[in-house]
Design a protein around this ligand. Sequence first.
Ligand code: AMP
Length: 178
Amino acid sequence: MSKETLISHLRNIPDYPMEGVQFKDVTSWFMIPEDLNEIVDSIYEMYKDKGITKVCGIESRGFVVGAALAVKLGAGFIPIRKPGKLPYETVSLEYKKEYGKDRVEMHKDAITEDDVVLIHDDLLATGGTMLASYNLVQMFKPKKTYINFIIELYNLNGRDAFPKEVPIDSFISIDEFA
Ligand code: AMP
């Protein structure tokens, strides 16, 4: 399946959840078996030779493809969650959002120094959520950390938020108004 065909199946919802946002609704992909399969297989191909031992998925849309990737890569799956959702002891990191603050959390035994980590989320916008998640994962001192998105809204320049040496790859790169 071509990327153009996939992009044509992606639902865009203007002004959701607030005015000015062009919301890319990835559930319009997840409900079509061929689309979901294409996304998981293509991202798997990008990382199959990297020795990934843990896939971290960011709540909640990052859980869907993140968990499928973990199975295909033979890796463990780690949820990165909003505050107060994880039952065991956690490590957490606070970060600034456009309005106010937020926090990401992981279980304190989620990653070891022997792990090679892939952090996955559905979409890169400004990069704030992923940068906080990346910094949280780095607190565990893994051997290496890769970052992946299904979609990157390149006109928002989210990847500029990250140090240059961080490997960031997205499956589909589009303008938010595409
Ligand atoms: P950011 O931290 O700005 O990169 O925002 C990324 C997070 O917010 C991801 O978990 C996305 O699911 C969600 N998000 C932000 N902007 C959009 C958008 N235009 N369409 C869909 N999801 C978005």
